[in-house]
Design a protein around this ligand. Sequence first.
Ligand code: KIV
Length: 267
Amino acid sequence: MNNRKPVTLHRLREMHAAGEKIAMLTCYDASFARVLDAAGVDSLLVGDSLGQVLQGRSSTLAVSIEEMAYHTGCVARGNRTAWIIADLPFGSYQESAEVAMRNATLLMQQGAQMVKLEGGGWTLPIVRFLVDRGVPVCAHLGFTPQSVHALGGYRVQGRDESAARVLHRHAEELAAAGAELLVLEMVPAAFARDLTKALSIPTIGIGAGVGCSGQVLVLYDMLGLGDKPRRFVRNFMDGGASIENAVRKYVADVKGGQFPDDALHGF
Ligand code: KIV
């Protein structure tokens, strides 16, 4: 068991100010929450990726708010100190800020300390509404899995200059609206590095290069259980004697800037 104090929003801000990288992993149940927390993971993301890795679906789109609330409660009961973020799933926030607040409430009642929602521009009033009512928000830009069909599949985002400009503007606007963290998924490493330098809030990369303020991976991918190879993933079970050791290595490599390696995992 680690003896660190609970990770709070204040602590995440301190880490960002000190240049300490934030190590995040997805987590969906109490047993893994206990192991990840003990291994020093700073933040557990109850991701709607559970639609793929737990439920065997081809996307996150069918995951319900009830399922997210159930898994958030499981994670919260196994966790002691890590900061818990839960995804608002597809359809649970797009309609209105009031609907988003009602569904964020369900997640927070189960132990989420922050909710994550995807997209920029149209999400600003929703982010403001939640933040004003005491709900910490993590934004998510770049490849946003809930828009997989609109985006034409799993594609790197922000490659050309005009797309990068829009992403940069959305990120600045989300920070100004009160988002406290920003997940950047599948964007060029150079873009993520420059945005991270310009932004007042931490960026958490997944396929976004080593220049982000922290990293997140889908737990099952970094344990080598993924169904397909992904460029931005490292299998931390290679040479690791146990899941806890693999997770400790992940935390050490994120904090030491040894993961990701942009030559191997970047775009
Ligand atoms: O649902 C999830 O696991 C996520 C990560 C890919 C960031 O949103």
